[in-house]
Write a protein that binds this ligand. Structure first.
Ligand code: ZN
Length: 256
């Protein structure tokens, strides 16, 4: 894998288009399939708006979002309504988030967020464009990367360092166990996962997770059964092999 963005044929005038050509050709030339490990993923023809890339072996689809500088807490994306529609229809591709340096023409960071880690809460509505804008009233969105649990952020390149391919694929596979089709359940799973991730110790108690009750109540004001919900999701994480029940309200992190 070569981190340089090929500067060979910059024939596009607009900066955005230029960046798109550079980053997309980088992915075509350098990236393996982070799901099955196939040595390359292919670009869809431009008139196919479904996603940007697909794996010729496992058929998984990928969409690339890239930005100059660092990835930060959020990444700009297209129309808000369209994004929510895609997430709720379960037709999302996996997302690849890339940051690059425009001046050095190198890739800095690349993370994969598998589709089943997307919930509407990750999508922030932006202010409608002003009346003076060409597309007045158009509403875009931001993807809130900071809200994605670490299990759903698979690092492929971090700060210019290429992560071992087998480690990437095994992390994708662990995360795959957390696939939940139903959106509300998926949201709860991610919330409880985020809580467990915030506990530093490997061994933790049910009471420590109950400590997040207030925070969860604000997110789910209509739910009066926060504690049972917490226990249910811990059971889910146990069934998936991510945590272990030690008895007497104690748990151990296994693959977290
Ligand atoms: Zn594949």
């Amino acid at each position: 894998m070569d981190l340089c963005l090929n500067n060979g044929n910059l024939i596009y005038r607009s900066g955005t288009q230029q960046a798109r050509v550079l980053t997309e050709s980088w992915v075509s030339q350098n990236l393996y399939c982070p799901r099955c490990g196939n040595l390359n993923i292919n670009k869809f023809p431009n008139n196919k708006p479904v996603a940007d890339f697909y794996c010729p072996v496992c058929s998984n689809q990928f969409e690339l979002k890239s930005k100059n500088g660092s990835l930060g807490k959020k990444v700009n994306d297209g129309a808000y309504e369209k994004m929510i529609e895609r997430i709720t229809s379960n037709e999302n591709p996996d997302f690849l988030f890339m940051s690059y340096s425009k001046s050095e023409l190198v890739v800095k960071d690349l993370i994969l967020v598998p589709k089943h880690f997307f919930v509407p809460e990750l999508i922030e509505k932006r202010k409608p464009l002003a009346d003076t804008a060409r597309r007045a009233g158009w509403v875009g969105c931001n993807i809130l990367l900071e809200k994605i649990p670490q299990q759903g952020r698979v690092e492929i390149i971090t700060n210019g360092i290429i992560i071992n391919r087998n480690d990437v694929i095994s992390k994708v596979n662990i995360g795959q166990k957390l696939e939940v089709k139903e959106l509300n359940t998926r949201g709860w799973m991610m919330d409880i996962l985020n809580c467990v991730n915030k506990i530093d110790d490997n061994i933790f108690s049910l009471n420590q997770v109950y400590g997040f009750e207030k925070e969860l109540r604000i997110k789910h004001p209509k739910n009066n059964n926060i504690k049972p919900k917490i226990r249910q999701q811990l059971q889910f994480l146990r069934d998936k092999g991510l945590i272990e029940f030690l008895g007497e309200g104690m748990y151990r992190k296994k693959q977290l």
